[in-house]
Design a protein around this ligand. Sequence first.
Ligand code: PLP
Length: 386
Amino acid sequence: MLSQSPKPIVNHIPFSKLSTSGEELNYIEKAILSGCIIGDGHYTKLCQAWLKDHLGAAQVLLTHSCTAALEMAFILADIQPGDEVIMPSYTFVSTANAVVLRGGVPIFVDVRSDTLNLDETKIKAAITARTKAIAPVHYAGLACEMTTILDLAEQYGLRVVEDAAQGICSKYAGQPIGSFGNLAAFSFHGTKNIVSGEGGALVVNDPSLVERAEIIWEKGTNRSQFFRGDVDKYTWVDIGSSYLPSDIIAAFLWSQLQQANGITQHRMTIWDRYHQAFESLEEDQKVRRPIIPQGCQHNAHIYYLLVDSLETRTKILSSLKSHGVQATFHYVPLHSAPAGRKYGRQSGELAVTEEICDRIVRLPLFANMTSEEVDFIILLVHESLT
Ligand SMILES: *Cc1c(COP(=O)(O)O)cnc(C)c1O
């Protein structure tokens, strides 16, 4: 098979594509027929209960994005102007932006060369008298070294905010990602595993933060307490904003959450097919495949390869593109981005971050991808590396 020249058997393979579970329209219709589609409705409560149960959390609140959940998290973590939050530079901008919006300073630390996650051995050197929190990002749905991170947090009295945007249904030491930090944030953006177009959730694991989380969520009012009958009128009690999604969004998400295991399994099959097919390229030292440490159960969020140079990456991407396959890369390291230089600071050398960002290739992965599509991409990658 590999000796044949690739033929365009499919017109176009996008990087990611919506995989519906079948009940989305049904639930949306029910939400509309119920006569009420504002936030905190029937489907919002179902989604929150599912996530709360899945995570064993004190409370879960749906938000309109993971970005919004992170913003809530750093209000709750009480980040004041000048306070520092330790995080990887190799992440999406929202991890850092949420800190900067509080007047805080993101402190960028390097990532591990195996998992591309925050290097836990470099956290200690980044801690100062101003450090308030650590924000581990579970890259590709693969858990950070949470035992070490939680130990450091306890030792230095720091809060832990997990950026679990990519981490739904992943586990670390048998426990779900998002259940470790004081707070965690999930994303249901259209490019993630479980989606509602735009969407997210704030996970509150620390029971002492639940009441304030609900207030911030409800525009700074005690409306949640009022609806429970805990207070006889509701009023403005704290800062906050409008973080709730419409119940139409939650209806869509509910359909997806009910199929979460099946969707993850489908992605796993594709991930494994890629992984096996690239073993020989790794043996020939042409690529480095993802490394899954013991004790980490990932969710097949991303399949990536590390190639030897920016040149090789450009060659692979353009070969895939010319055959209608949309592969991609990320991130521009935050410490080198204009806003990162302005608002953040780096701790130590970021050698791994600077090196991998030019060498990473991300391949298309979505639950309803056909094996023909996967094999076509595998063939093209093999061809462009020989
Ligand atoms: C996708 C992503 C976000 C942002 O999620 P939204 O729901 O789009 O706001 C934040 N952090 C990481 C690591 C992400 O991958």
